[in-house]
Unconditional design. Structure first.
Length: 269
């Protein structure tokens, strides 16, 4: 899943492949940037902000620019050696190709692809809450942002990137299970909101630097999650069947026994 840790890992891959390099060619396959040519531009760094990826460049006139992309559910960047076959995904999914003397970066099925002056990055990511994997991570601000919508379900609030940036559906389900909180609990009724936010940050940080996401501590196939993707399978704690249902616009997994509804919580519909 391309959640905050996946985007952080992707940014690191692109930084290793391109940082400091002068681009020898570019190919944009989206209408808005179809005529853009980054040949001669220098890559300064690659960074992530929540689920957003920011490739910062310097134009030949020394002006700083940022190539912004969002992976959403199905986007990906891959770095290849010059001459290596691009084998990750079908060619029709390619949205951008960046060439340098030492590497070729290929972006597949990217979303919200935009090139803006670096000084205007906030127009694209300024609405985001604190980044769980960022140097400016501020758990108190994340809690305050969640508290600002006390009647919203905690399952939906965790996915709102304006509250905290980086949590996706996988971590939402896993964090709520580990804290014993029903996804349908209103924010105002969550027993320990700071503890929940702290756990979310620690889970993402623990998976940073590897591609296999695990909340259980195991990296073995089929053993990496407690509830996510395990509908009808026995709960690893109590043995009850894991449930699956939509909450908002996303599918939610939870254990009805380990994550009981609190008084005043509307039941899953």
């Amino acid at each position: 899943m391309p959640e905050g840790d996946t985007v952080w890992n992707t940014a690191r891959v692109l930084h290793r492949a391109l940082a400091g390099a002068r681009l020898t060619g570019s190919d944009f396959r989206v209408p808005e940037l179809a005529t853009t040519d980054l040949t001669g531009w220098t890559v300064r760094e690659s960074a992530s902000r929540g689920k957003h990826l920011l490739l910062r460049l310097t134009a030949p006139d020394d002006a700083p620019w940022t190539l912004h992309s969002h992976l959403r559910m199905d986007g990906a960047w891959r770095a290849y050696a010059p001459g290596e076959r691009w084998s990750e995904r079908p060619a029709h999914l390619i949205r951008v190709v960046l060439r340098s003397p030492g590497a070729v970066a290929v972006g597949y099925h990217l979303h919200e692809l935009a090139l803006v002056p670096t000084a205007e990055e906030d127009t694209l990511v300024g609405h985001l809450g604190p980044d769980l994997l960022g140097p400016d991570w501020d758990p108190a601000e994340a809690v305050d942002r969640l508290w600002a919508h006390p009647e919203q379900t905690i399952g939906e609030a965790l996915l709102d990137q304006r509250n905290l940036a980086g949590v996706g559906n996988l971590y939402k389900c896993e964090v709520l299970f580990l804290r014993g909180v029903s996804p349908w609990t209103p924010v105002r009724a969550v027993p320990d909101l700071p503890g929940l936010v702290d756990l979310a940050q620690r889970l993402l940080a623990a998976n940073r630097g590897r591609w296999t996401q695990s909340s259980t501590g195991s990296l073995h196939r089929g053993q990496t999650s407690y509830v996510y993707g395990r509908r009808a399978q026995p709960c690893r704690r109590c043995g009850a069947a894991i449930a699956k249902r939509e909450l908002g616009e996303r599918v939610t997994y939870w254990c009805p026994v380990c994550q009981p509804e609190r008084p005043g919580t509307p039941p899953p519909s």
